[in-house]
Design a protein around this ligand. Structure first.
Ligand code: F6P
Length: 327
């Protein structure tokens, strides 16, 4: 392994995701194993600009593997989108002689890392941390498994009241641009219909499903809607259904940021541990401007350019099976 890198900075950026702490812990412990110094950069790119940087050591990351959120805090930075902001961020890193970075976050984090790396030549490895699971270059992102488990737990509870009252519930889950959370939550909670940003025409099929269930006197149903669906989210879908079927007693629940919190599942902790450790080893092995991920059980490094521009597809099998399983 190369000895060039001596001091690495680690930060989380964008929306927090359960498992980010496990990733930070893995970065710090692995770096220590290889005799590197680690600096925590607080509040993502924003904190990098403002110089919110502090040395962190192995004991500082004890007792965090099970905690949701991120001990390094996070932010969505507008300033970092400017050349002046990035220059200030680079100067902050120079003040601590930081010569490599681990960036934990989603596509916005990767985009910032790509530009920053190109401008200042600093090696950066991205770690996929977002509940959305919408990053190319990894089968799963850190936080996704916890988020879908939180979502189905919520839907299971809603199902009880929906059943008791014969109500139709429209449950909105997160996912501005992609329907990974909605698709898994829908299949896992036995939803009657699933609305995804990637699809069109669900409204007509929902009307058909509801017509059939009305004939069978089934007035309760759970419909999962991704926040970024093409009809305007759960509230709009519910409105359209109420107009067409005034007899249905409909309610809307938006699960919202509940999905981002809580203790990470074992799956997320293990994923975060492998990816955090592999980010450090990647830096030491000369990787830069790449995101680490796991594809088909193998650790892979994908150039930021590809990770940002390529689109990860939803499972065609799940999309095909959803209406069959809802019959
Ligand atoms: O990217 C993660 C995510 O939770 C999305 O699913 C959601 O659309 C967005 O962040 C919400 O962002 P914020 O917390 O900044 O409102």
């Amino acid at each position: 392994m190369s000895n060039e890198i001596k001091r690495i900075g680690v930060f989380s950026s964008g929306g927090d995701a359960p498992g980010m702490n496990a990733a930070i812990r893995a970065v710090v412990r692995t770096a220590s194993y290889y005799d590197l110094h680690v600096y925590g950069i607080y509040q993502g790119y924003e904190g990098m600009i403002e110089g919110k940087i502090k040395r962190i050591e192995t004991r500082d990351v004890g007792n965090i593997i099970h905690r949701g959120g991120t001990i390094l805090k996070t932010a969505r930075s507008e300033k970092f989108k400017t050349k002046e902001g990035r220059q200030a961020a680079f100067e902050s890193l120079q003040a601590f002689n930081i010569d490599g970075l681990v960036a934990i976050g989603g596509d916005g984090t990767y985009t910032g890392a790509k530009i920053f790396g190109e401008e200042f030549g600093i090696p950066i490895i991205g770690v996929p941390g977002t509940i959305d699971n919408d990053l190319y270059g990894t089968d799963y992102t850190i936080g996704y498994d916890t988020a879908i488990n939180t979502a189905i737990e919520a839907v299971d509870k809603i199902r009880d009241t929906a059943d008791s009252h014969n109500r139709l519930f429209f449950v909105e889950v997160m996912g501005r641009d992609t329907g990974f959370i909605a698709l898994s939550t829908g299949i896992g909670s036995g939803a009657g219909s699933i609305f995804l940003p990637e699809l069109k025409g669900e409204m007509d099929s929902l009307f058909e499903v509801l017509k059939k269930s009305y004939k069978r006197n089934k007035l309760f149903n759970i419909i999962i809607v991704a926040e970024g669906d093409n009809n305007g989210g759960a509230t709009e879908v519910a409105k359209a259904v109420k107009e067409k079927f005034p007899d249905f007693d409909a309610r809307v629940t938006i699960i919202g940021h509940l999905q981002r919190g809580g203790s990470p599942t074992c799956r997320d902790r293990v994923l975060a541990s492998i990816l955090g450790a592999s980010a450090v080893e990647g830096l030491l092995n000369g990787h830069k401007a790449e995101a680490v991920g796991i594809v088909n059980h193998e650790i892979v490094y994908t150039p930021f350019e590809e990770a940002i521009t390529k689109h990860k597809e939803l499972s065609k099998d799940l999309i095909r099976l959803a209406p069959i399983l809802a019959l």
